[in-house]
Design a protein around this ligand. Structure first.
Ligand code: SF4
Length: 130
């Protein structure tokens, strides 16, 4: 009896490995799970300048001085991105918990949300007083 020889039978063919950016992954996930009318809301992600960058650049582990070079590099990419305003608003609306979106870090987004909240309260107070 011949010794057992491993063959390729039953082994799936190798698929080309594609590294997806954070936005590409998110856009794909949303396309797969959301109703069709919601797709247009995130299709801008596919045009993000970060799709051509290392996804890790936009996910600094922290915001201390240790990561300032990384954060600045990511912000530079965002500053030249054609969908930056959409990205920024999306991240604020969906309360993205981490990473750099639209040039804003997590801390930046928290500050911006607080600023907007204060602004809304001031406007409501003015309307009530009028
Ligand atoms: S603004 Fe920055 S994080 Fe947003 S899509 Fe553009 S490059 Fe990516």
């Amino acid at each position: 009896m011949a010794a057992h020889t491993p063959t390729a039978v039953g082994i799936p063919a190798m698929q080309p490995f594609t590294v997806l950016s954070r936005h590409q992954r998110e856009a794909r996930a949303r396309t797969a799970t959301e109703p069709r009318d919601r797709h247009a809301g995130t299709s801008w992600m596919l045009d993000g300048a970060c799709n051509d960058e290392n996804p890790a650049l936009f996910q600094p582990i922290g915001e201390s001085a240790l990561y300032s070079d990384q954060i600045e590099e990511a912000r530079t990419v965002c500053s030249e991105c054609c969908v930056m305003p959409l990205c920024r608003e999306y991240a604020l609306e969906t309360r993205q918990p981490s990473g750099i979106w639209g040039g804003l870090t997590e801390r930046d987004r928290e500050q911006e949300l607080r600023r907007r909240s204060r602004q809304r309260q001031q406007q409501a107070s003015k309307r009530a007083a009028a």
